[in-house]
Design a protein around this ligand. Structure first.
Ligand SMILES: [Zn+2]
Ligand SMILES: [Zn+2]
Length: 345
């Protein structure tokens, strides 16, 4: 039986499992509108997840054919994976922020091998040792291409415009652009009185931006074609402050559980990143490449035990932090170094 939670005021959440992932599940939210139910996120593209989604809807007396629209917080496969299937079965529209729609298009249209070339070049540039890069080169040479889930994900047919109300009959749901975790991540503010009378201004579908017990991954926005240097961590911290100021009564995140104290959680996350940036600055007393920095940073296990793919994620996170420090004028690239090293100023 799919675990279904009623949040009141025509909002429910369904626990849709993510196979072989420590996160466990995505909370897919169902929002009742005058033109039919709308989903906020859909879950991972997998038969078990699809079964749980449809049986969860069934427990609410709904069929997937009745879904009127799909609002996606961000393009990651645990959120957008089943959107295409829902649209096929119901004719629902799919809405996403333009920056994440661009990621979906790029991923679908990429030439086979583009990703491996990009990762090889990028990892070399950040100082990854040859033994880390060699398997990627070998995969390319052997014609083993990327088989990540995003290759088949659905192209949205509606755009979520920041600051605007979504076109939902009888509901006030406003899009708040919260880049950081992805370039087009949005939170959705349900500007209606809390059904149980909790104090505050409405409720917030927070996607992965604000979770009660997890600090979301902030790496670089991976875009092989992009020349200008983005600052995802800076975007994320700004987005957190924006959410903190909304004064919402309750947060309905896409993982874990609903919680009330949004401002308190925002404060904790801001303090966590400040502490992390300070720690990095002391590591950068001597010049380090992003790879050397990642090796020295604190992770949830020793560096030696972190598998290959997770090291790529870790080094991307280290780079995002370095980029923030550079933007703040607290670190700089050492001229003439290759791979480039950074040092605190
Ligand atoms: Zn995500
Ligand atoms: Zn997620």
């Amino acid at each position: 039986m799919t675990q279904v939670t009623e949040h009141g005021g025509g909002v429910w959440s369904l626990r849709v499992p993510i196979p072989d992932n420590p996160l466990g599940h995505t909370l897919v939210h169902v929002l009742d509108t005058d033109r039919g139910p709308v989903l906020v996120d859909t879950g991972w593209d997998d038969p078990t997840s699809w079964h749980e989604l449809t049986s969860g809807l069934g427990a609410l007396g709904l069929s997937v054919q009745e879904i009127h629209g799909v609002v996606i917080t961000h393009h990651h496969p645990d959120h957008h994976g089943l959107s295409g299937r829902v649209r096929e079965e119901s004719g629902a529209w799919i809405a996403m922020h333009a920056a994440d729609t661009a990621v979906v298009r790029r991923t679908r249209e990429a030439e086979p091998g583009t990703w491996l070339d990009y990762m090889t070049q990028k990892l070399t540039a950040v100082g990854a040792p040859e033994e880390h890069v060699a398997p990627l080169r070998a995969a390319r040479a052997a014609g083993r291409m990327r088989t990540l889930p995003g290759l088949r994900s659905a192209v949205p047919d509606r755009e979520i415009v920041p600051g605007e109300l979504l076109d939902l009959a009888g509901r006030r749901l406003r899009a708040i652009w919260t880049p950081g975790h992805t370039p087009g991540h949005v939170c959705l503010h349900l500007e209606e009185q809390h059904p149980a009378g909790l104090p505050g201004h409405g409720r917030l579908f927070s996607g992965d931006h604000l979770l009660p017990g997890i600090s979301p991954h902030i790496g670089l926005y991976e875009n092989p074609g992009e020349a200008h240097e983005t600052d995802p961590l800076g975007d994320y911290l700004d987005s957190l402050e924006r959410i903190g100021r909304l004064g919402v009564a309750e947060v309905l995140p896409a993982h874990q559980y609903a919680f009330a104290d949004a401002a308190g959680r925002v404060h904790e996350l801001l303090a966590h990143h400040e502490e992390r940036l300070t720690g990095l600055l002391s590591l950068l007393a001597a010049p380090l490449t992003p790879w050397q920095l990642a090796e020295r940073m604190e992770w949830n296990r020793p560096w030696a035990e972190i598998p290959h793919g997770s090291r790529n994620i870790a080094v991307s996170e280290a780079e995002a932090h370095v980029r923030r420090l550079v933007k703040l004028g607290r670190a700089e690239a050492v001229p003439g170094t290759d791979p480039v090293t950074y040092v605190a100023v």
